[in-house]
Write a protein that binds this ligand. Structure first.
Ligand code: V47
Ligand code: SF4
Length: 367
């Protein structure tokens, strides 16, 4: 079948890139750009599916997880953010006891706790490390995927420690892995426009590199569909691919679609589903050294996530109980939890098999 794909492609440039992808050869940045500029979405879907299949067969992964957002207080003023106190109009913060009560209430089957929020003006490393160990004491079996690189940069600055030593402290208090937040778009000029006062690209990549060297895996994200151009997306993917060549510490990549409600970039509107699917496909083809590509369904919706399975996605993130406000505040509607059965059905509808995983992609026996 795969050798017939080039015959279906009209553009000769795209055809020669397709031949490389079929031969499992790496594509160059300028070829990635041509993929983004292409209008042949069915060809991109086939090529991305080929890469997905090569890496993961028919499996679509999901994890039983829960999100805790400790606070919306934040020292930064990202233009795309609808969630922080600056745009939401009021500040809130959970006490440690409230967060422990959330943890106590979790089902026994939950495997992963995702903890991230605003960069609090006063809390430092002691607070964040203390929160991890308090949770670990309550539920030692939970994997703690906690704190974006941006939060970790701030902890290190306040504690006057290197990223490596900061990460060591967090790891010793229970940190299992790092979520991908804070990457946005790596290009420095775009960053100046959309998140002018936040930690820069070098810091983000350095925190992840140091984590990987300590054996702490992480995810990477890319916020797309605002002021960036395709060249910026390729630059972003290229920097990630290079770091992954070096460390092999990224578990997965999560493209995050800019949602436009209630923030300082609302006037930009949102890109359409075709653009989302193209972005999934090109990212899947380009990041040949990332095993997993995740559709974060609370942000794009369940229907789009289901279609994304035909554009290179092999991971539906998780059951995500109703605790995430980052997207609901920015306009994503709908219920923010899905049962394992709903996830299984979604995969089966695309001829794929849903597999429950733990936080680091070990398969969990279905029960
Ligand atoms: O860095 C903020 C994004 C990120 C908006 O690692 C927005 O498994 C769209 O990184 N429209 C935080 N996106 C969330 C995140 C994440 C999510 C799911 C899974 C994982 C993982 C990580 O949310 C921020 C920013 O890029 N974001 N506001 C918005 N209006
Ligand atoms: Fe703060 Fe994160 Fe919002 Fe930026 S995206 S303002 S760092 S909460």
């Amino acid at each position: 079948m795969k050798q017939h794909i080039p015959a279906l492609i009209r553009d000769p440039h795209l055809r020669s890139i397709a031949e490389k992808v079929i031969a499992a050869e790496r594509i160059a940045p300028e070829e990635g750009l041509l993929l983004y500029q292409s209008h042949e979405l069915p060809a991109l879907a086939l090529l991305a599916s080929l890469v997905r299949q090569r890496l993961n067969g028919d499996k679509v992964f999901f994890v039983r997880n829960y999100h805790i957002e400790p606070t919306n207080k934040c020292i930064y003023h990202c233009q795309f953010c609808s969630y922080s106190e600056h745009m939401a109009g009021s500040a809130w913060e959970h006490s440690t006891d409230e967060m422990l009560a959330m943890v106590d209430a979790l089902d026994a089957g939950v495997k992963e706790l995702h903890i991230t929020g605003g960069v609090h003006p006063h809390h430092g490393l002691d607070y964040y490390a203390g929160l991890l160990s308090a949770i670990r004491e309550h539920r030692p079996e939970l994997h703690l995927k906690a704190y974006s690189a941006i939060e970790i940069v701030q902890m290190a600055r306040k504690a006057r420690l290197s990223y490596r030593d900061t990460l060591r402290v967090l790891r010793d208090h229970g940190l299992g892995s790092i979520p991908g937040g804070g990457a946005e778009i790596f290009d420095e000029e775009v960053r100046r426009q959309i998140c002018p006062d936040k930690g820069d690209t070098r810091d983000y990549l350095e925190v992840h590199a140091q984590a990987h060297r300590l054996g702490i895996p992480s995810n990477a994200t890319m916020l797309y569909g605002h002021v960036e151009r395709y060249a910026h997306r390729i630059d972003h993917l290229e920097r990630l691919r290079q770091l992954q060549d070096e460390t092999r510490g990224f578990n997965g990549f999560i493209p995050l679609k800019f949602r436009s409600a209630n923030n300082a970039l609302s006037h930009l509107g949102e890109v359409n589903l075709m653009e989302d699917l193209k972005n999934y496909a090109v990212s899947r083809i380009y990041l040949d050294n990332f095993r997993h590509m995740k559709a974060y369904w609370p942000m794009i919706g369940k229907e789009a996530a289901a279609i994304a399975l035909s554009f290179g996605i092999d991971d539906l993130d998780g059951t995500i109980e109703d605790s995430t406000r980052i997207y609901t505040m920015a306009g994503a509607g709908g219920k923010t939890s899905m049962s394992p059965d709903e996830l299984r059905q979604m995969a089966a509808d695309q001829g794929l098999v849903a597999v429950e995983r733990d936080a680091v992609y070990n398969e969990v026996a279905s029960g």
